[in-house]
Design a protein around this ligand. Sequence first.
Ligand code: SAM
Length: 255
Amino acid sequence: MSPHDWNAPSYDRVATGVVALGHEVLDRLTLAGDETVLDAGCGAGAVTEQLVARLPRGHVIAVDASPAMVALATERLGEGADVRVADLTTLELETTVDAILSTATLHWVADHDALFTRLHGVLREGGRLVAQCGGAGNVADVRFAAANASSSPPFAEALAGFDPWTFAGARETEERLRAAGFTDVRCWLEPRKVPTAGAPEEYLRTVMLGAHLERLDPASHDAFVGAVLAQLGDFEVARYVRLNIEATAGPRPDR
Ligand SMILES: C[S@@+](CC[C@H](N)C(=O)[O-])C[C@H]1O[C@@H](n2cnc3c(N)ncnc32)[C@H](O)[C@@H]1O
C-alpha cells in the first residue's frame, strides 16, 4: 500500500492532541544538543519544531511521504531542518544519524520488519530509536465502524476488506526490532484519550480516514465519513492505544 497524501492545514488545525503526545515522546529522547536526528514521518512539522529547538548545535532531517505535509513543514521550519519527501520503507540517507524520533506514523506502514530494517540501516551503531505509534487495540471503535461502512454498499466495491493500519503489540514489536538488529529494546502499550478538537467530522476525515477516502470517488467522501461518524455517537475523544518504542541500534551488518 503506498502512502496517501494528507490535508496538512487541516491536520495542523485538529491534531493538536496527537502533537501533544508527540511532545511527550520527544521528552524521552535524551539529547546533548549537537546530534543529527531523523524525524521519521514529520507531518506538518509541529513536533519537529520542538526537536529543532533541542538541537542548537545539531541537525534535523525530517522526512514524510506526503508532499502536502512536507510543504507545510518546510514553511514552518525554514532553514531549521532538512525536510524531504521520502517513504520510510525505502529511505536512504547520505549519512547515518545519531537518533531517530517518530511520532504517530509507524502504524501507517504495513511491513514493520522491512521498516525496522530500514530504520536500523540509517542509524549509527549505538544510536537511539524513540517512537510512538498506534498499537494493538488503537481506535478500535473507529476501526470497527470503518470496516463496517467499507463492507456496505456503495463503498464495498472500493473498500471491502481494506484496513490501512498496522496496530502491533509490544512483544511482537520487540521481537521484530531485535531481528532487525536493535538491542536494549523496550516496547509498551499505553491507552490515551485524545480530544477531537471540537471538530469530530474533520478529525475523522483528516487524521483517520485519509487512506480510505483516497480509494473513493471524491463525491462520496462526505457520505463515507458520515457513515463512520454515525456509528461513533458524539466522538468527542479518540480512544487511542499508543505503542511506545525504545531501542538502540546494534552493529550494522556488513554490506
Ligand atoms: C499522523 S501524521 C504524524 C505527523 C507528526 N509526526 C506528528 O506527530 O504530528 C502521520 C504521518 O506519517 C506519514 N507517513 C505515513 N506513511 C509513511 C511512509 N511510509 N513514509 C513516510 N511517511 C509516512 C504521513 O504522510 C503523515 O504525515
